[in-house]
Design a protein around this ligand. Structure first.
Ligand code: ADP
Length: 179
């Protein structure tokens, strides 16, 4: 499932982000950056203990911000750790904070001159952000960023469940029509 609305590609796949051979994968971490469950646990498991060691040197990360580490045993050379907002009903700047996560990851990837990046559906697991609301924010923020000056030419949304893949497919078709 892809869109060529710009010369840069945004695609959604169903799969496991730890298995992606991209320049950077994004981790949906918590503020401590010291590991957790869900995608965070899977990434640390696949990267090996050296990832946690490097994370210990970072002094955590604020909600809406991101920090980069090496990828260690992952196929991806880099991991960009971001901290999504916890869903608290929608009136606590969840949308701005979620958009900021995607933007900060893309800014850091651009500073490192990376070309390909894979995102999980940030905040939609334990943090409870409704998938139907999070997905258009992810797509819009990424697409807006790709209109500007960046080295990134491919963004992959890696959907763990079939439900989230269906949701991304639907919004990509709706929001990023092929030109
Ligand atoms: P958060 O705390 O930000 O909600 P979670 O890890 O609980 O983070 O969930 C974020 C999203 O990542 C969820 O949609 C979940 O299904 C998905 N996910 C979990 N494991 C993986 C994985 N290995 N690859 C890609 N996505 C994953």
């Amino acid at each position: 499932m892809s869109s060529n609305g710009t010369s840069k590609k945004v695609i959604a796949i169903q799969g496991d982000i730890t298995q992606q051979g991209v320049d950077a994968i994004v981790n949906a971490a918590n503020e401590s950056l010291l590991g957790g469950g869900g995608v965070d646990g899977a990434i640390h498991q696949a990267a090996g203990p050296a990832l946690l060691e490097e994370c210990h040197t970072l002094n955590g990360c604020n909600v809406g911000d991101a920090k980069i580490t090496k990828g260690y045993q992952l196929l991806a050379k880099w991991v960009i750790h971001t901290v999504g907002p916890i869903w608290r009903g929608g009136n606590h700047q969840e949308d701005q904070l979620l958009a900021s996560c995607y933007r900060r990851c893309l800014e850091i990837a651009t500073e490192k001159r990376l070309k390909t990046i894979a995102f999980p559906a940030i905040s939609t697991g334990v943090y409870g952000y409704p998938m139907e609301l999070a997905t258009p924010i992810a797509i819009q923020t990424v697409n807006n960023f790709l209109q500007g000056n960046t080295t990134i030419h491919q963004v992959i949304f890696v959907c763990f469940s079939l439900d989230s893949y269906d949701c991304y497919k639907r919004f990509i078709l709706e929001m990023l029509p092929e030109k």
